[in-house]
Structures are given as C-alpha cells and as structure tokens.
Design a protein around this ligand. Structure first.
Ligand code: ZN
Ligand code: ZN
Ligand code: ZN
Length: 144
C-alpha cells in the first residue's frame, strides 16, 4: 500500500482530484479534525470550495476506508487517517481534546459481553471520557 495520497486514492479505485488530495492532507495534518475544521484547511489551500463538496469528499473517503469517522455522543464527528488498527480515543469533557490510545486487547471486539444473545459481535465501541491534564490543573470556572 502506497503512502502518497495520490497512490492511496488510486489503490482504492478513486479518481485523484485536487479536493480529495486537499482533504486527505488536511486530515493527516490535524487528526481528529471536525468537518468544519477540514473545510477551513481546504479553503486555505484551494480557495473557494463549498461546504457540501468537502462533506461529500469526507463521506466517500470514509466509505472507502481511507478515513475513519469518530462520532462521540453529543459532539460533532471527527475524522482521522489512522485507519489500520483498532485504537480508541480519550476525550476531554471540558475542552474537547481527543487523543489516540492503543487498544489494550488488540483485536475487536475488545470487551466480552456478559451475554451475546446469539449475536455475532464484531465490535465494542469504546470511548474514554474524562478531563485532560490541562483541564485537571485548571479548575472549571463557575462550578462550586
Ligand atoms: Zn481538556
Ligand atoms: Zn484516533
Ligand atoms: Zn480495545
């Protein structure tokens, strides 16, 4: 598997376009970016690009497995290009910072259900929520 964005697109049978390359570069530069963040980076590089166009590119790149979408409960979806493993995320409840953490178990599903009810289980969705070191040190304002 190639590492150049151009090769990566071709290997998945995708046409190479300036927008797709710019989106891949934006996500690899800023992992866990929101769609809005990707739009800003792509516009810096290419000029006028519609929000819908960037969303469409994110959608197809995710569908083809070039990007992974993380959808934390109650916060906007984020995108990353670290797709080859079963890693998880730590998210700070205060500042929304998101950090990769390797899976302790390795292969999915990393947690065994107490009872599988006959389901063929292939994934346990794991997100670790808490406060990052900066926010632990800086007591939240306005709370007693
Ligand atoms: Zn924080
Ligand atoms: Zn990640
Ligand atoms: Zn795991």
């Amino acid at each position: 598997m190639g590492t150049e964005p151009t090769d990566v697109l071709r290997e998945r049978g995708l046409r190479v376009t300036a927008q797709r390359l710019a989106v891949l570069r934006a996500v690899s530069k800023a992992p866990h970016a929101t769609a809005g963040g990707v739009v800003r980076t792509v516009r810096d590089e290419l000029g006028a690009v519609s929000v819908q166009a960037v969303y469409d590119v994110l959608e197809i790149l995710t569908e083809k497995g070039l990007l992974r979408r993380i959808q934390p409960a109650g916060s906007p979806a984020r995108y990353e290009d670290r797709v080859g493993d079963n890693h998880h995320h730590l998210i700070c409840r205060v500042c929304d910072r998101m950090v990769d953490v390797d899976c302790a178990a390795g292969e999915p599903p990393c947690l065994t259900a107490a009872e599988d009810f006959g389901f063929e289980i292939d994934e346990a969705e794991i997100v670790y929520w808490g406060r990052c070191p900066d926010c632990v040190e800086r007591p939240a304002k306005g709370t007693a």
